[in-house]
Design a protein around this ligand. Structure first.
Ligand code: XIL
Length: 424
C-alpha cells in the first residue's frame, strides 16, 4: 500500500509541474542571475527598447526591465514626430518619463533617433521647404533635442537607415532637399550640442558583408577621414530564421568597422519567426511580378527589408484592397503568395523555430562577447507581448520572453553565451 502511494506521489510530481509551471514560472529573478549581472561580469551592457505605454501600464514589464537590463532605448519617444510635432514646438513628456525611469533604476539611456526617413511629422513631410530652410529645421531640431538631454543621454543614433539594400542612399526628405551632406551636418550639429555624447550611425541589414554594409563602411570611412565626429556603428540586428550569412561573416564584418575606430554595438536585436516572402516567388509565379512588387513597396504596402526578402508592413487584413488595386488581374496570385507567407508564420514547427531563434540570439551575444569594440547589446523589446513585429504577424514571437513573460529557449541560450558555456 505504502509503495502504491509513493508511486502515485512520484507520478504526480513528475507529470504535474509542467501544467502548473505556466502560472508560477513567470519571470523568476531569484533563481537565475539577471542578464545585467551576467553582462557586467563580461564587461558588457545589456539593454532593451521600451515604449512608453508598456512602461506606464504594464507593471510586469517595468519590473522585468528594471531587474534585467542596464540600458534603455526609447522605441518611439525620441523620434522626430514625437519630439517636434509642430515646427519649433517641442514635446518631451514621454522621453522624460522614460529617462526618469532609467535614472531611478540606475540605467543608461540611448537616444533614438535624430534623422530618419520614417516617423517624421506631417508639417515636415508635407511642407515645401527650401534647402536652407530644411537645414535650419534639422539644425534646430538636433540642437534642441540633444541640448535638452546633454549629459543625460549618453549616446545618440544620429542618423538612422540612410541606405537602401542596393547600397545607394535612400531618397527621403533629407537627401532630396539637402543632399548627401545632411549626414555629415547631422553629426557635426549633434556634437556641437553635446560634445560628450557618443554619436552613432544606425542601420538595418548590415550585420553581414553585403552591398549595404559595404556602402555604409565606405561612407563612414570617408567621413571619419574628414574629421566628422562619428563614434559608433549600430547594427540593428532584426534577423529572421535564415540570416544571409554565417557568424564568421558577421564577426569579420564587425571587425572591419571596429578597425575604423568605431564602437560596434547591436542596437535593435529581435528574431522574427515569420517566414518571408521571397522575391523569387513573385518573379517565378507572376510574369509582371517585379513591377507589382516594386509598386507594393513604393506605395509602402510592403516593407523592403533586403534584396531577397520582403515583409508585410501591416496586418494582412488591412491591405487587401490596396493590393487588389495594384495587382489588377494578377491579384489572386499575388494574394496567394502574401497569404502563404502569413499562414507560414509561427505555428508550424514552433519548437524547432524557437531553437533556431535561440541559436541566433546566442550567436549575436557571442560575436559581441568576442569583440572588444562591441560594448552593448540592445534587444528591440524583451517580451513577445509588446513586440512591434506582432503588428505584421499577430502570432509572431521574436523576443526572449513569451507573451506571459515565460523565458523562451533564446533566453536560456543568452545566459549560456554570457556564462561562456556555449561560445561558437
Ligand atoms: C519601430 C517601433 O518599435 C514601432 O513601435 C514603430 O511603430 C515603428 O518603428 N528600425 C528602427 C526602429 O530603427 O526605430 C523601428 O522601431 C524598428 C526598425
Amino acid at each position: 500500500m505504502i509503495k502504491k502511494i509513493l508511486l502515485i506521489l512520484i507520478i504526480f510530481s513528475v507529470c504535474l509541474p509542467n501544467t502548473f509551471l505556466g502560472a508560477q514560472e513567470h519571470f523568476d529573478t531569484d533563481s537565475i542571475p539577471s542578464l545585467k549581472t551576467l553582462a557586467e561580469a563580461r564587461g558588457k551592457y545589456i539593454g532593451t527598447a521600451v515604449d512608453i505605454r508598456s512602461l506606464k501600464y504594464d507593471p510586469e514589464c517595468s519590473q522585468v526591465l528594471a531587474d534585467q537590463f542596464n540600458v534603455i532605448t526609447p522605441a518611439n519617444a525620441l523620434k522626430f514626430d514625437a519630439t517636434e510635432p509642430g515646427r519649433n514646438i517641442f514635446s518631451f513628456k514621454d522621453a522624460d518619463a522614460i529617462l526618469n525611469f532609467a535614472t531611478i533604476h540606475n540605467m543608461k539611456m540611448r537616444g533614438h533617433t535624430l534623422v530618419w526617413y520614417l516617423q517624421i511629422p506631417s508639417w515636415l513631410a508635407k511642407g515645401k521647404h527650401s534647402k536652407e530652410d530644411l537645414k535650419e529645421i534639422l539644425h534646430n531640431h538636433i540642437k534642441s533635442v540633444v541640448g535638452r538631454y546633454k549629459g543625460k543621454i549618453y549616446s545618440w543614433d544620429v542618423v538612422n537607415e540612410a541606405f537602401q539594400s542596393n547600397g545607394t542612399l535612400r531618397r527621403n526628405v533629407w537627401l532630396n532637399n539637402i543632399g548627401a551632406e545632411y549626414i555629415e551636418l547631422a553629426f557635426r550639429w549633434a556634437h556641437e550640442a553635446d560634445p560628450n555624447a557618443l554619436l552613432f550611425y544606425n542601420e538595418d541589414g548590415i550585420e553581414m558583408r553585403n552591398k549595404k554594409s559595404d556602402a555604409v563602411y565606405e561612407l563612414i570611412k570617408k567621413l571619419k577621414a574628414k574629421g566628422v565626429p562619428i563614434d559608433g556603428i549600430g547594427f540593428e540586428g532584426h534577423f529572421d530564421l535564415a540570416p544571409e550569412g554565417t557568424m564568421k561573416n558577421m564577426a569579420a564584418n564587425i571587425k572591419r568597422f571596429a578597425e575604423l575606430g568605431l564602437e560596434t554595438d547591436f542596437t535593435e536585436v529581435d528574431v522574427t519567426l515569420a517566414e518571408n516572402i521571397l522575391r523569387k516567388k513573385f518573379y517565378k509565379i507572376i510574369p509582371n511580378g517585379k513591377n507589382i512588387l516594386d509598386a507594393l513597396i513604393q506605395k509602402k504596402i510592403l516593407l523592403d527589408i533586403s534584396l531577397t526578402k520582403v515583409r508585410l508592413r501591416y496586418h494582412i487584413n488591412n491591405i487587401e484592397n490596396a493590393v487588389r488595386n495594384i495587382a489588377g488581374e494578377d491579384f489572386d496570385k499575388v494574394w496567394a503568395i502574401l497569404k502563404q507567407s502569413y499562414i507560414n508564420s509561427p505555428t508550424i514547427n514552433k519548437e524547432k523555430k524557437l531553437e533556431k531563434q535561440a541559436k541566433i540570439f546566442n550567436d549575436v551575444c557571442t560575436v559581441c562577447l568576442n569583440n572588444p569594440s562591441c560594448k552593448i547589446i540592445i534587444f528591440w523589446g524583451f517580451t513577445d507581448k509588446h513586440s512591434w513585429l506582432r503588428r505584421f504577424h499577430n502570432d509572431d514571437a521574436p523576443l526572449i520572453l513569451d507573451q506571459q513573460y515565460h523565458p523562451k529557449p533564446a533566453y536560456y541560450k543568452i545566459i549560456k553565451a554570457f556564462q561562456n558555456k556555449e561560445s561558437n
